[in-house]
Design a protein around this ligand. Structure first.
Ligand SMILES: C[S@@+](CC[C@H](N)C(=O)[O-])C[C@H]1O[C@@H](n2cnc3c(N)ncnc32)[C@H](O)[C@@H]1O
Length: 806
């Protein structure tokens, strides 16, 4: 495997607070004398789900060892060397029963009075003092968040519906209002509180509202009444409204610039970024071990991987380090720019400076954001100049009005390996521009003229650049929803690109109209990418990610590989030559058409792609491909795009088929979209192939939200699936899904109720622990090893791969 891992073995000690307070092994040794004579009950210590600490784990382990390791030390010795952990956790028996058979010898505290501070100067999180400290930390965090909220006069005006002029000195922002409130609810609330005011504004979805008072007395009295008032269990805060022209360098408020908002690690040397990410993934692996310990059924021995986690510094499995990105600057092949007003009210193409719900909508130009490519920057600048002159308005997120919403630049690389030093333009062969607009209330003729002008501006801008910028496709997407995230089926229109100032090249225009796609290359395979299909944004590093996944998956000619959430088929297709057959599952119909096209243009014929939500089909696909008897004949599976499923021998990596000769994909997308709506019964039942695949592997690469519980259940309960490689762009959800996949099943009598109550305040790991309780009896997986892959230099994000086996 070709990698450039920074450090492959072991995780360095983390920060002070993360390191267990006692040296690696002293706790059991030191406390064994106590435990011999007074073995405490084995029941796990209760602790808050939301913030478990390593200390809890250490104590929990001590308890277990107390039962396991009986020695013959004298009690006098024991008393001479009390453990630093002595009475630092509350006794759960005493708490529940108001008594404990160990009496005064119990190593756990009988009540708050007996409780001692832990060696790391923290309190048992379940104790009153622990809870108080946590609450204080939370409120400090909230205050910090409030400081970051940015309210400008301009926003207040944009909510205004009566055209009144505001006096900023008589206006205030109310923070922490219920998001679902609108102006009417805010007015009712103010009336109920006896607050007199001139006007009150609130937009649904935001947690801030604006109140203007008639005079200084009204303002003072209103602030006194409202400040700190509790609304729906949230404490109200009163903040000033910033003038439109405020200078963010002078204001005390911490307003982020685009660089800070988009690439928060940009000022840190890359080697340090990698260390930080490695430490953060290490934390996740510790969290998995801790959570799994809690999720295991009582009275059952803990799985080996949990028991041995201590030998790995608390990690759930071996952590094999981080693979760095060969390109750290301008690496993104897809840049999505917001279109909106800047802080100064200028139409701008760039990045939003904060979150909408916190009242921040200002857009700033993408200056000094090192992850943005040079080509994307140049196109953003061309588009910026165009919208400055456009008759149509930029999007206003408060009013949900305007025309120009978002601008995306997608790039396709030439085949080959590239480095940081190369000029981006020389390695990019194709560019797709996607302009998101809102057509609501627009005039068709005016829009057509604007589109023509825009296409001209892009074409001329590309030609005027030196070297000339590639421009392959120009697409407009109509989206009327509140957030800029459009559904994959939002209508697309491909615009012709004028080839010169004085005319259009008809051939190019016609071609573009039917073929909205560009191409990129991974492992010497060519990938067709349509406008809404997912494609990893850092192609060179994605190649490394896929090769780790392939190496860990234990592939061979007798392997059936499920590529779950397969997008354009990148993982399955790059590994197709190493397996008997690939089944890809993907819900985005365009991506599935791309995947099929990609198989064809690369001459790969042992891959089958299913267009559906994985949760709808995973279980039936596993049955269909695996629950067949030896006697059954090998037959191809029939689905919406039935093709012959070849044997391994039939598969070849022949020359790329010219994809221009393939039929237009539009009808295929529609057909697939229809099929994707249907339930799993749309997949032909059984009679698939005889079980020629001895080895069944799944590589899952879900979105940030992780795998659907039905997919987890299907993978976990199918006994023939022995190996699973989990690729994740959100390690938090990987940990949560791994809890469900890797903890032992509960007995039927102890299984949880599926209709959980009080989920609102429990974290995703807590939720996963609850779900794990209702998992049908099945052999759990175990985490074997994990690796981080840095696909996103200068940001907090990091990809993680984990191998699970059973
Ligand atoms: C992180 S991407 C991975 C794509 C692909 N493996 C790759 O590396 O290019 C996640 C993919 O899952 C798809 N997806 C999201 N939810 C899904 C679901 N419930 N069922 C199937 N696919 C889903 C998305 O459309 C997206 O293509």
């Amino acid at each position: 495997m070709e990698t450039s891992a920074i450090e492959i073995n072991g995780l360095p000690l983390l920060t002070k607070t993360l390191t267990p307070p006692a040296p690696a092994e002293p706790i059991p040794m030191e406390t064994s004398s106590i435990e011999v004579l007074h073995p405490a009950p084995v029941e796990p210590i209760q602790s808050s789900d939301s913030n478990p600490t390593d200390n809890i784990e250490s104590v929990g382990e001590k308890r277990k060892r107390a039962d396991d390791e009986k020695t013959n030390l004298e009690s006098s010795e024991m008393k001479a060397t009390p453990s630093p952990w002595w009475k630092t956790s509350l006794c759960s028996y005493f708490r529940r029963e108001a008594s404990c058979s160990h009496g005064s010898e119990c190593k756990y505290a009988h009540g708050e009075q007996e409780l001692r501070m832990k060696p790391d100067k923290t309190w048992d999180p379940t104790s009153e003092r622990g809870k108080k400290t946590k609450a204080m930390k939370m409120s400090e965090k909230e205050e910090k968040e409030d400081e970051e909220v940015l309210f400008t006069e301009q926003m207040m005006e944009s909510i205004d519906d009566d055209g009144s002029v505001f006096d900023l000195s008589l206006s205030k922002c109310l923070v922490h209002l219920p998001r679902k409130w609108q102006s009417d609810e805010l007015k009712t609330f103010l009336g109920e509180q006896g607050v007199q005011y001139k006007s009150a504004k609130k937009r649904r979805g935001m947690m801030v509202g604006f109140v203007t008072f008639e005079n200084a007395e009204q303002l003072q009295s209103g602030v006194e009444i409202l400040d700190g008032k509790t609304v729906n269990s949230n404490k109200l805060k009163i903040a000033d409204v910033l003038p439109r022209t405020f200078d963010k360098n002078e204001t005390k408020k911490s307003v982020k610039c685009a660089r800070e908002a988009v690439t928060p690690l940009a000022d840190m040397p890359y080697a340090d970024q990698l260390e930080q990410k490695k430490a953060s993934i290490g934390q996740m692996l510790k969290k998995l071990a801790r959570s799994a310990r809690k999720a295991c059924p009582n009275g059952r021995s803990l799985p080996e991987w949990v028991l041995t986690s201590r030998d790995r510094g608390g990690l759930a499995c071996n952590f094999e380090g981080i693979i760095e990105s060969p390109i750290s600057n301008g690496y993104r092949n897809k840049c999505e720019f917001s279109v909106g007003l800047s802080l100064q009210g200028k139409p701008t193409v760039g990045f939003s400076l904060g979150s909408f719900c916190a009242g921040v909508t200002a857009v700033e130009e993408p200056v000094n954001c090192p992850n943005v490519s040079q080509i994307a920057l140049q196109y953003a600048s061309i588009f910026q100049k165009f919208i400055e002159k456009s008759k149509l308005q930029v999007w206003n997120r408060f009013e949900h009005s305007g025309f120009w919403r978002q601008f995306s630049v997608r790039e396709g690389r030439k085949p080959g390996v590239f480095s940081n030093d190369e000029d981006a333009v020389t390695r990019i062969a194709e560019v797709m521009l996607i302009v998101q607009v809102c057509l609501t209330g627009s005039d068709e003729a005016e829009v057509a003229t604007e589109y023509e002008e825009m296409a001209k501006a892009f074409a001329e801008g590309a030609r005027a650049s030196s070297p000339t910028l590639p421009l392959t496709v120009l697409v407009v997407q109509n989206h009327t929803g509140i957030s800029n995230v459009a559904p994959p089926d939002a209508p697309l229109q491909v615009l012709p690109i004028p080839m010169s100032d004085n005319g259009k090249n008809q051939e190019q225009a016609t071609n573009v109209l039917t073929e909205a796609r560009i191409h990129d290359h991974i492992n010497n395979l060519r990938f067709s990418i349509s406008p809404t299909a997912f494609f990893q944004v850092n192609t060179v590093t994605a190649e490394k990610l896929y090769s780790v996944a392939g190496d860990w998956a234990g592939l061979g000619p007798d392997t059936l590989l499920f590529d779950v959430c397969c997008g354009t088929g990148t993982i399955g297709l790059t590994l197709a030559h190493r397996v008997g057959m690939v089944i890809g599952i993907e819900m985005n119909a365009s991506a599935v058409v791309d995947a099929e096209r990609n198989a064809t243009i690369n001459g790969i014929s042992n891959c089958k792609f299913i267009c559906s939500k994985a949760e709808t089909v995973m279980s039936s696909l596993l049955k269909q491909y695996l629950d067949v008897t030896e006697m059954e004949e090998a037959k191809p599976v029939s689905n919406a795009n039935d093709k012959k499923i070849p044997s391994t021998e039939e598969m070849s990596n022949s020359e790329h088929v010219a994809d221009q000769n393939l039929p237009p994909p539009n009808t295929q997308v529609e057909e697939l979209q229809d099929n994707a709506q249907k339930d799993s019964s749309s997949i032909e039942p059984e009679k698939a192939i005889k079980p020629q695949f001895r080895n069944v592997v799944a590589i899952v690469d879900p979105p940030r939200s992780g795998l659907h519980p039905a997919v987890i259940k299907a993978l976990r309960t199918h006994p023939r699936l022995k190996r699973l490689v989990y690729i994740s762009c959100n390690p938090e959800t990987l940990v949560a899904n791994a809890i469900e996949l890797c903890t032992p099943s509960f007995d039927e009598a102890d299984r949880g109720n599926k209709t959980y109550r009080g989920n609102k305040n429990i974290g995703i790991a807590g939720l996963a622990r609850r779900r794990a309780k209702s998992m049908p009896t099945s052999e759990p997986f175990r985490p074997v090893k994990a690796m981080a892959v840095d696909l996103f230099p200068h940001t907090d994000h990091c990809e993680m791969v984990m191998l699970l086996e059973r």
